[in-house]
Design a protein around this ligand. Structure first.
Ligand code: PMP
Length: 375
């Protein structure tokens, strides 16, 4: 059977990984500044992550959600404590799209409404429900499966006032827009958004799938703005590569039996992986580290005369390339063995492990200097 060919692939086959590094089949070493779309939060194959997963594999890996699973409770406690949301409730699933899908479903249940407001350039996933609230031009949204969705410009309070009313179930916003190009909601916009949602009985959903888990220097990107969403969706960095997602749910939202469901969500291995991630983030003080090293990288990029619109927070960074440097992402990979991400043809996205070292950042800047000096 052939694989269904829907992803562009680099002709590189990684077979081994450690920290911020990958090795291919020919034992060539690569610096990973992309972390597989921001998934690698604590570093590839962190020893504590490997040990906790291995230990769990020798105990039990799976049983259905019809039995008590204390690992889920441990995970909820630890996540509540580290994220600053100890009173919220946790629903576990397997991916970011699923988390968003469940959050929208919850908002519909709670409000009895179907309309959703989302933002231009947003990306929320590839299930039909998640695609419906996605406005990334690369993604084809063939139909609005469940909801009527209105896309508004980010940071436009007047547009929000114009479109929100008591028929809107939810406003869905990324903590920082990732796939769309690293665009940051202004703090004052988020605060006004919270207040306007409250006034209309509309639930605010923060999609922290890419921007959460310490990546921006706080546990969630929206916490830079002091706003408090009703629902927060997580995935990617949550499992450092093990598939897991979740929805953090405001304590006022009451669950009822059968309201949501999942087969694989919250399985023992996923919980062990997610607990290992939180333990390492806490023990190695990775949120603080991400903020510090991220600021240093941002400052150095801003100081360069070659890059435009350098933006981001912590280790969620984007910058635009001038026309003569459009090849840079490819050249970094082929000439310097450095993986980076892109958002549009001229935007480079950096989403490295939160444990990225100063030396690794220096390695990246020497490669940048070599390439920009040719220009
Ligand atoms: N939300 C955001 C902000 C994302 O960046 C992504 C994935 N790029 C998703 C949701 C969907 O996550 P998944 O691919 O795990 O379904």
């Amino acid at each position: 059977m052939k694989l269904f060919d829907v992803y562009p692939l680099f002709p590189i086959e990684p077979v081994k990984a450690s920290g911020s590094w990958l090795w291919d089949v020919n034992n060539k070493k690569y610096l990973d500044l992309y972390g597989g779309h921001a998934v690698i939060s604590i570093g590839h194959n962190h020893p504590h992550f490997v040990a906790r997963l291995t230990e769990q594999l020798h105990k039990i890996s799976f049983y259905s959600n019809s039995v008590k699973n204390t690992l889920q409770e441990e995970l909820a406690d630890k996540l509540g404590q580290l994220s600053g949301y100890p009173t919220y409730q946790l629903f576990l699933c397997n991916s970011g799209a699923e988390a968003n899908e469940n959050a929208i479903k919850l908002a519909s249940f709670v409000t009895g409404r179907k309309k959703v407001i989302a933002f231009q350039k947003a990306f929320h996933g590839r299930t039909s429900g998640a695609v419906a609230v996605t406005d990334n031009k690369k993604i084809v949204a063939p139909f609005n499966a469940v909801h009527e969705v209105i896309f508004l410009p980010l940071n436009d309070v007047a547009a929000l006032h114009q479109h929100i009313d008591e028929t809107v179930a939810a406003v869905l916003i990324e903590g920082i827009q990732g796939v769309g190009g690293i665009y940051i909601p202004e703090a004052s916009f988020l605060q006004q958004l919270s207040a306007i949602c409250k006034k209309n009985g509309t639930l605010l959903i923060a999609d922290e799938v890419q921007s959460g888990y310490g990546r921006t220097g706080k546990f969630f990107a929206h916490q830079h703005a002091d706003s408090q969403p009703d629902l927060i969706t997580v995935a990617k960095g949550m499992g450092n590569g093990f598939p897991i997602g979740g929805v953090l749910i405001h304590p006022s939202i009451q669950p009822w039996s059968g309201m949501l469901g999942t087969t694989f969500g919250g399985n023992y291995l996923a919980c062990a992986a997610a607990l290992a991630v939180l333990e390492v983030i806490e023990k190695e003080n990775l949120m603080h580290h991400a903020q510090k090293i991220g600021n240093e990288i941002l400052e150095r990029l801003k100081a360069s005369q070659y890059f435009e619109d350098v933006r981001g927070k912590g280790l969620m960074i984007g910058f635009d390339l001038p026309q003569p440097l459009l090849h840079l992402r490819n050249t970094l990979l082929t000439e310097h063995s450095i993986f980076t991400g892109e958002a549009k043809a001229n935007t480079i996205r950096l989403l490295p492990s939160l444990a990225l070292t100063k030396e690794e950042a220096t390695y990246f800047f020497s490669a940048l200097e070599k390439e920009t000096s040719k220009y």
